[in-house]
Design a protein around this ligand. Structure first.
Ligand code: PMP
Length: 406
């Protein structure tokens, strides 16, 4: 298909009409969160004005409608990431909660003293800290797969780290600070050859490229709705059914049980076993609408568009004296992190904000990745479906001014 003209896409996002400091908003903080199209805003409005109810099949008309919409959203997610069954799609709060679920539940029956967990050097803190807590509780060991100067996983080093003690490899699909697209299919196959399971953090991949969990063959895959143009507070854990079946419930309470007595409780089947309490029904429905919206534009088209903008920004930045880009793999998308000589990232971001440009300055919840470049902080411009070549040109022009001392 053809990419919908970016002007048409921009028209779907009301917030982009805002002026910031008298200038049109240029939203380049998409890796933190994305803006919402009318498709999502209207879906939330329709839910609350038309059929808000708790989900319990068959109780009454609104319960039937909300249950149908909730399960239709689950089916939309299933299709979007290529899972084979709805039972493998668990609604959670976001990527962070998904990783915590796996660390707690899967970890409780699979990680013992001396077992090894591999993480890459470019992980977001949410794919480090839950494993560290598990490691402490179980006296297991975390090993780090190093990255090269371009910000790519070193596959030969990874191969050496895989041992019979490796239980799990947990890695990001796309780095939120380097933009690197990791070869997760190859890395998953290598892990499986060693009998290790694989968890993939898809927070920065699902919104930017076609993801097929069946093809990647990872055991777990997580993403956040709010980074994929959906609402906050909703996300997804995909897990292979055979593994989820064996895992104990994580949180417990209503909704996840079949029968409860004071002496004994039996649990619901998948996916409800992992969805204790009233779920985030409205936002799940909103996420379904966001994914439907992305499908209409086409993920391949979105990937091509963002790649074109990423390459343009990388090319222009390479010609500005004093600008250092972190993450220079040719295999990257949608994230451009950089420093400007003699200017703190925080001050640079403040100046860009005066121009209406929203970027993030800081450690981006990936302190070890920045440390690999000797940095504590950098500026990050991250792209989304509505960014245009004009946005990139304005960013480049403004960064050029900052580098010349304004
Ligand atoms: N992993 C990556 C790669 C991320 O970019 C983020 C969000 N910055 C997260 C995990 C955490 O996502 P959330 O805060 O939505 O749980």
């Amino acid at each position: 298909g053809k990419y919908a003209p970016v002007e048409a896409v921009r028209g779907d996002f009301p917030i982009l009409k805002k002026k910031i400091n008298g200038k049109p908003l240029v939203w380049l903080d998409n890796a933190a969160t994305t803006q919402k199209p009318f498709a999502v805003i209207d879906a939330l409005n329709r839910y609350y004005t038309g059929y808000n109810s708790n989900v319990h099949r068959g109780a009454h008309t609104l319960a039937r409608l909300s249950t149908e919409a909730y399960e239709a959203a689950r089916e939309r997610v299933r299709g979007f990431i290529g899972a084979s069954s709805q039972e493998e799609i668990i609604f959670v709060r976001g990527t962070t909660e998904a990783i915590n679920l796996v660390a707690s539940s899967w970890g409780s029956i699979n990680i013992r003293q001396g077992d090894e967990i591999l993480l890459t050097a470019m992980e977001h803190h949410s794919n480090i800290v839950p494993w560290q807590m598990l490691m402490r509780a179980r006296q297991a060991v975390i090993k780090v797969i190093p990255i090269n100067a371009r910000g790519e996983v070193m596959l030969e080093e990874y191969r050496k780290l895989l041992t019979p003690r490796t239980r799990l490899v947990s890695m990001t699909h796309v780095s939120n600070v380097l933009g690197t697209i990791n070869p997760v299919d190859i890395m998953t196959e290598m892990a499986h050859e060693h009998g290790a399971h694989v968890m993939i953090d898809g927070a920065q991949s699902v919104p930017h490229m076609r993801v097929d969990v069946g093809r990647i063959n990872a055991d777990f895959y997580a993403f956040s709705g709010h980074k994929a143009y959906g609402p906050t507070g909703i996300g997804v854990l995909y897990g292979k059914r055979a593994l989820l079946d064996k895992m104990p419930p994580w949180q417990s309470g209503g909704g996840m049980i079949k029968d409860v007595g004071f002496d004994k409780t039996t649990y619901s089947g998948l996916p409800y076993k992992f969805e204790a309490g009233t779920g985030n029904i409205a936002d799940a429905v909103g996420l379904g609408s966001a994914l439907e919206y992305l499908e209409k534009i086409g993920m391949d088209n979105i990937e091509r568009h963002e790649k074109e903008l990423t390459e343009a920004a990388m090319h222009s930045f390479s010609r500005i004296p004093g600008v250092r880009v972190i993450g220079t793999s040719p295999n990257k998308t949608s994230v451009i992190s950089f420093t400007i000589k003699g200017v703190s990232p925080e001050n640079a971001a403040k100046y860009l904000n005066q121009e209406g440009i929203a970027v993030r300055a800081g450690h981006h919840c990936a302190q070890p990745a920045l440390a690999a470049y000797g940095l504590k902080s950098c500026i990050r411009a991250s792209l989304g479906v509505y960014n245009s070549m004009e946005d990139i040109e304005l960013l480049v022009k403004s960064v050029g001014k900052i580098s010349r001392g304004m």
